[in-house]
Design a binder for this molecule. Structure first.
Ligand SMILES: C[S@@+](CC[C@H](N)C(=O)[O-])C[C@H]1O[C@@H](n2cnc3c(N)ncnc32)[C@H](O)[C@@H]1O
Length: 285
């Protein structure tokens, strides 16, 4: 079958779900991943044919059912690095790359930048935050904590894939004895679950029906559950002048500032993402 014809089938099948450009991008990603055919090769030879179309047509059915392309391919890119993903981990988001960039900028200004740091990522999922920090700050010892053993299996694979050492810890940050299993840290960073149940209806079906709810949701009446627990943990486990970085719900910036203030953090800073939404906060202990 001619690839051009398959491309047209992609456009007609997926036009209610994705834009024309997104459909083409997905189509080219699949061709490259499954058949090693690049976008350029296809542009230069519009008569290219596939002998066996099973894989790409199966992917089309999954896309039609609104499965994210990252789960279909089983991988994605974060901060220029490759990460395996499956249904047990959240697909890493661009706003989380901004959070990591903020940590790296803060680190580059430290006087003690030559010293090794102990870093903890709470709710590591695919390990994207922990592994990127381990890669970019090779002297750091990085710990990655998650309550999900399945998520940690993915994080461990990703550490090997990216050739870094990360200590994975299976524990709940909501349990007080978790602190006893860990050393003191210079940096604690987290992108915890923060979507209120009431915000479910604003979410796209591809997220809602595919990504792990354990990674996403909190009860409406306790939206800062994880932030509260992590602030408490951090106030015990951060070294003097240690820093706490969070990705946050864009609607809860002021509440987050107050929370950090209540736990006696100083130099509290809310930060906007590239879309001018308050999506990150930092405090120093
Ligand atoms: C929003 S996801 C973030 C994943 C990843 N850090 C990222 O930024 O893409 C939140 C993560 O918190 C984990 N989590 C949920 N409840 C937890 C708990 N009680 N203790 C530790 N981790 C938890 C989930 O399994 C999930 O991996």
């Amino acid at each position: 079958m001619k690839l051009k014809a398959i491309q047209n089938t992609f456009q007609t099948t997926l036009s209610g779900i994705y834009s024309k450009e997104e459909i083409d991008t997905i189509f080219f990603m699949l061709n490259e991943a499954y058949y090693g055919i690049t976008r350029l090769q296809l542009a230069l030879n519009t008569n290219l044919e596939l002998e066996n179309t099973d894989a790409i047509l199966k992917a089309l059915q999954a896309l039609k059912a609104e499965k994210p392309i990252q789960y279909i391919l089983g991988e994605t890119e974060f901060f220029g690095l490759n990460f395996k993903v499956n249904q047990h981990v959240l697909i890493p988001r661009p706003e989380t790359e901004e959070l990591v960039a903020w940590v790296l900028k803060w680190y580059s200004k430290l006087n003690s930048a030559s010293q090794s740091l102990k870093i903890l990522d709470v709710g590591t999922g695919s390990g994207c935050i922990a592994i990127t920090l381990a890669k970019k700050i090779p002297k750091a010892s990085v710990f990655a904590l998650d309550v999900s053993g399945n998520a940690l299996t993915v994080a461990k694979q990703n550490a090997v894939l990216n050739n870094v050492d990360v200590t994975c810890v299976e524990a709940s940050i909501l349990k007080p004895d978790t602190a006893n299993k860990l050393p003191d840290f210079d940096v604690i960073i987290s992108n915890p679950p923060y979507v209120r149940m009431q915000e479910k209806e604003l979410m796209k079906p591809n997220v809602l029906n595919n990504e792990p709810h354990l990674a996403l949701f909190v009860e409406n009446n306790n939206p800062l559950l994880f932030y509260n627990a992590i602030c408490k943990f951090a106030s015990n486990k951060l070294k003097e002048n240690g820093a706490l970085f969070f990705e946050i719900n864009e609607y809860l910036g002021e509440e987050m500032k107050q929370l950090l203030h209540n736990y006696n953090f100083k130099n509290i800073e809310l930060k906007q993402d590239i879309f001018k939404k308050e999506r990150m906060i930092k405090g120093v202990y």
